[in-house]
Design a protein around this ligand. Structure first.
Ligand SMILES: [Zn+2]
Length: 1044
């Protein structure tokens, strides 16, 4: 080993030049990381594929400026030299370096790191008079030559560089080692990779123009990292995440504290950042350091409704009480992602390009500022949506600078809009790769998949002993749960079984399929499609517990006392099952109701055999229903919530046009299946938490915040006392209110979340919504990655019990907690894309309807929030919510004429917590919370952002159609008011307790009466917390609407 020194000249974070000396130890043996190695290198870990036409070695400059190109998965055989990686890290910082590291670690990218500076024969010391950059390039070239020789010339090596001199001098120096420019490389080797070439052109142009920047400061400089760190420690600065108000993106942003860094104890709210100057180049999602302004400069949060575009309406800003206000002094971590943008319209384009080479593009997300990019395509791509990346935001520039990456498509077209929604939520769902699919077992006519005899002997075989069946939505392909119930010999015990698809048998930890599933974390459901977490061969076939085929399963079997239904024994483990029936909900319910529907599985049988089998199935269903009711009652006793899902489903014709929006019907059998799944999840949670107290993946649901409850109690109180007597439809009102409160609650309440047991005190394990002390997800491994983790944990727990030692390869608490956070984030994103895709379809539904003549554009709406200049309403018919203005741009207010008709008149508005009144010469008109009004729905197309709907008040009365549909229940309003008052006490007591109290008999009966009272309202709200993406029912899959 030879010792030498490497001298570097670096720039410190304050801009000073620093000389750094590094000791290097040169060795003869440095692993090459190639599958073609002939020299017996100790290659462990990722190997460069041998099945390529060449290897490519990018120069330091290429890694620094064009890493995005090297990120294309199509490019393979990339050798990153240590020299290039370190140079790029120094020049571009941590974010860039992390991307590079991610690339190197990810087995889906065919690239390796070669430690060329430790290799005795490829290392070259810096020569006199040589610039640092020249030296780096020479090192990379030497490494390329070494690599070629080391592999005995088995494959040519291509070095790519932007340095023309090197291309000239080195290109014919060594045969087999080619030196060309990045552009030439893409053109000759990847002519079909159009996207990479376009991206290259875009980055190259940006680099060229960066030099001609101005010097005048638009923003104060950010403080250096060490100063920020010290300031945060001392409490002078506050650390947090920047959150821009999308309705007032230019003016209003908030910073929420992160961690326990807040030493400023008088602060218990967010910090307001008012205006772009104070935001000081921070972008939505960045982690920032904030300095508080003196109290005299504090401002209030805006409470008036703002038009969708975020435009300001002068003089209408009603501000609430003052709140801590600050300014950004530094950025701790940038959180930039890819942004979808639109080019400015032609007129504006001309005035813009007069002043500069660059144009300002408008991001789809209101919260992101305009971005300066260099492009010559602004004219041709007028109506398109384009992806851009932000490169920098200098203090001399009003706007951040970036470059375009890819054209998404024409704005307004369904595909473009769907892709936009996915991208804006950072969801990447590339088709499964060849390599991933190669890992899959085959199942075709020629090679049918078969049960492995070795598996049969290691599993409990239930094929002949258990009547197994599934109950799913009609047309469900991915059956991940089945059920069984039977009376054990002797008749004193029942055995309930939940059998879940054994996904982890097929998806090995660390395989490409596993990594892809982990990065997706969940199947994504959009209004008209879904993106699966697992390839179809697994999700719809080998893992799917289809009828009349042998399948592997993970089972939980409970032995219950036949009378009391108390649990006597629980068995967990791998099984082999053969499902007899694939029922759908409606069919199962119809069987239970004695309606005698036809069961397809029995159609071919003789009638006596048919009767016998039908009786057997019906008996199983009835027993299951009885058990589920019992389980449900047990949870009710603990204070669980009514899990009733009323959702709207879009009916599409073959061209994906929406023909109708229809509400979905809840059935008891939904609850029966849900209850069994909840039970299995609960028992598996107990098992893994018991065995791995510090590294089990559980799911908890924090109780709602007190202040939120108070607010809701106030709302409900006002509803109780001011209920509109014109609305005669109690059941209708009740149904609407439930959904409405549920919606309000989603905005204010926390979701259920995954966590690692070592990262959370035990008293916080509680699942509030389900009233269970332990809960996890075990029953849907085909569509949720959390369940895959839990399956592995359960197997490890059973294994360790058998061998009485802990599993070695178990993820640590820290790793598991990180994974839990990742899955939580993806679930949140999945929720957003689903919501946004539904909104997109709602827009598409109304786009071709004339609001003035089409009666479908007029609907009943309920007021659920009062604002300074209007109110927010909910339209049950379409599950739609939006703003209704009571004051227009001319300052006129809504006035009510004959029969409730609305017109605009000069007048004033007055806002109260539970009502808002307009006062004109025609008189005073009051709008209360929960009042029904009639609105007209019309579309509001947007060029740059998501299209939206706009609502116009046309009458202060309920919509006539809604009134005629409703059926009065005969319970008067006075009684309702009494109930509300009577229940208020009980419910206030309820919310003060962290865990829900046990209820008196009276309470329980009352609650189950399903009559509108405060208690049930509060429950409806709590239920909301269950609506996170994994349980969010999708349009294709209503199954998850009802359980968590
Ligand atoms: Zn080697």
């Amino acid at each position: 080993m030879i010792k030498t020194e490497k001298v570097l000249h670096l720039k410190s974070s304050r801009g000073r030049k620093v000389r750094v000396v590094r000791e290097l130890y040169l060795r003869e043996q440095v692993a090459c990381g190639s599958a073609l190695c002939q020299a017996g290198c100790e290659n462990d870990g990722k190997l460069l594929s041998g099945d390529v036409t060449h290897y490519v070695v990018p120069d330091a400059g290429v890694v620094r400026d064009f890493l995005e190109i090297l990120e294309f998965r199509e490019l393979c055989g990339i050798v990153f030299t240590q020299t290039a990686c370190q140079a790029a890290q120094h020049a571009r910082g941590r974010r860039h370096y992390n991307r590079l590291r991610g690339l190197l670690k990810d087995p889906r990218h065919d690239c390796v790191l070669f430690a060329n500076e430790f290799q005795q024969y490829s290392y070259c010391p810096r020569e006199k008079g040589e610039t640092q950059e020249q030296w780096h390039t020479r090192c990379v070239y030497h490494a390329a030559v070494w690599y070629y020789n080391h592999l005995a010339g088995l494959t040519p090596v291509v070095m790519i560089t932007e340095d023309q001199n090197t291309i000239k001098t080195c290109s014919s120096l060594n045969s087999g080692v080619y030196v060309i420019s990045t552009n030439e490389y893409l053109e000759s080797f990847w002519p079909d990779l159009q996207a990479a070439r376009e991206l290259y052109a875009s980055i190259a142009q940006t680099l060229q123009e960066r030099e001609s920047e101005g010097v005048e400061k638009e923003y104060p400089e950010h403080l250096p990292a060490d100063v920020l760190e010290a300031g945060i420690k001392s409490g002078r600065y506050i650390q947090g995440m920047l959150n821009v108000n999308k309705h007032r993106a230019q003016n209003e942003a908030f910073v929420r504290f992160e961690g326990s860094t807040n030493k400023n104890t008088e602060l218990n709210s967010d910090v307001l950042i008012s205006g772009m100057k104070h935001r000081n180049r921070a972008i939505q999602g960045d982690s920032v350091a904030v300095e508080l302004l003196p109290r005299s400069e504090w401002k209030g949060r805006t409470t008036a409704l703002a038009a969708g575009q975020g435009e300001e309406r002068a003089g209408e800003d009603a501000q609430s009480q003052l709140m801590p206000t600050g300014r950004v002094v530094g950025i701790l971590q940038r959180n930039w992602r890819d942004y979808v943008v639109t080019f400015p319209p032609r007129e504006e384009l001309q005035s813009q390009s007069r002043n500069s080479q660059k144009i300002l593009v408008i991001p789809w997300d209101y919260r992101i500022p305009k971005i300066r990019i260099s492009t010559q395509q602004a004219e041709t791509l007028q109506d398109h949506r384009v992806i851009v990346r932000v490169d920098s935001w200098e203090s001399t520039s009003l706007y951040p600078s970036g470059h375009s990456v890819r054209v998404l498509g024409k704005a307004g077209e369904l595909e473009t809009e769907i892709q936009t929604i996915l991208l804006e939520n950072s969801i990447h769902v590339a088709p499964f790769s060849e390599a991933q699919l190669r890992e899959m077992s085959l199942n075709s006519k020629e090679h049918p998949w078969q049960v492995d005899p070795a598996e049969v002997s290691s599993r409990r075989d239930l094929r002949d002993t258990h009547l197994v069946f599934s109950i799913d939505p009609l047309g469900c392909e991915d059956v991940d749960d089945t059920l069984s119930i039977r009376t054990l010999p002797g008749g004193k015990h029942l055995e309930l079984g939940v059998h879940i698809a054994d996904v982890t048998h097929f998806v090995k930890e660390g395989s490409l399929t596993d990594l892809e599933a982990r990065s997706r974390a969940t199947t994504y459901y959009l209004a008209d499609r879904r993106y699966d977490m697992l390839p179809a061969v697994l999700s719809a076939d080998l893992c799917s517990l289809l009828r009349r085929v042998d399948r592997y399963a993970m089972s939980v079997l409970w032995e219950l006392d036949a009378e009391s239904l108390a649990v006597c024994n629980v068995w967990y483990g791998r099984t082999l099952i053969h499902s007899s029936y694939q029922l759908h909900y409606e069919l199962a319910q119809s069987l239970l109701n004695g309606e005698g529907p036809e069961v397809p599985e029995l159609a071919q049988l003789e009638s006596s055999e048919q009767d016998r089998k039908l009786a057997e199935l019906l008996h199983a269903l009835e027993t299951l229903t009885r058990v589920a009711r019992h389980l449900r009652a047990q949870r009710d006793w603990g204070g669980a919530l009514e899990l009733e899902g009323v959702e709207v489903r879009a009916q599409l014709d073959k061209d994906k046009n929406i023909v109708a929006l229809v509400p979905k019907e809840p059935l008891e059998v939904h609850e029966t299946v849900a209850e069994c799944m909840i039970y299995a999840n609960h028992w598996v949670a107990r098992k893994i938490q018991e065995r791995f107290p510090h590294q089990a993946l559980l799911r908890h649901h924090p109780p709602p915040k007190q202040e939120f409850f108070n607010q809701l109690i106030d709302s409900a109180k006002s509803r109780g006392f001011t209920i509109d007597t014109r609305c005669l439809c109690l059941s209708y009102a009740h149904l609407c209110c439930n959904r409405l409160l549920r919606m309000m609650a989603t905005q204010a309440m926390s979701n259920a979340l995954y966590f690692s047991t070592g990262s959370c005190p035990e008293e916080e394990y509680y699942h509030y919504g389900l009233a269970l002390d332990r809960y996890t997800h075990f029953t849907s491994p085909i569509r949720r990655y959390a369940d895959i983790i839990v399956h592995r944990l359960l197997m490890a727990a059973l294994q360790s019990e058998k061998e009485d030692c802990l599993h070695k390869t178990l993820a640590s608490n820290k790793e598991l907690e990180e994974m839990a956070q990742q899955i939580n984030n993806k679930n949140r994103a999945a929720q957003h894309i689903q919501k946004q895709s539904i909104e997109l379809f709602q827009y598409l539904y109304f786009r071709d309807k004339d609001p003035l003549t089409d009666e479908r554009c007029v609907a009943d709406a309920i007021i659920y929030t009062i604002r300074a200049n209007g109110m927010l309403v909910f339209i049950p018919q379409y599950s739609l919510k939006g703003a209704v203005y009571l004051k227009n741009r001319e300052g006129q207010v809504v006035s009510i004429e004959d029969e409730g008709r609305c017109t605009w008149q000069a007048g004033t508005l007055q806002r109260h917590p539970d009502r808002i009144s307009t006062c004109t010469t025609a008189g005073t008109h009051i709008f209360h919370l929960f009042d029904h009004v009639t609105v007209r729905i019309s579309v509001e197309p947007s060029r740059c952002h998501a299209n939206s709907l706009s609502l116009e008040l046309i009458s202060n009365r309920p919509h006539a159609a809604a009134r005629s549909e409703s059926r009065p229940t005969g319970r008067g309003h006075s009684e309702l008011v009494q109930e509300v008052v009577r229940r208020e006490e009980a419910s206030q007591q309820a919310v003060q307790e962290k865990k829900r109290p046990k209820l008196s008999r009276e309470d329980r009966e009352f609650r189950q009466s399903k009559k509108p009272n405060l208690y049930s309202l509060l429950q409806e709200i709590s239920e909301l917390a269950l609506l996170d993406s994994s349980e969010l029912n999708s349009f294709q899959n209503p199954k998850y609407s009802i359980f968590s």
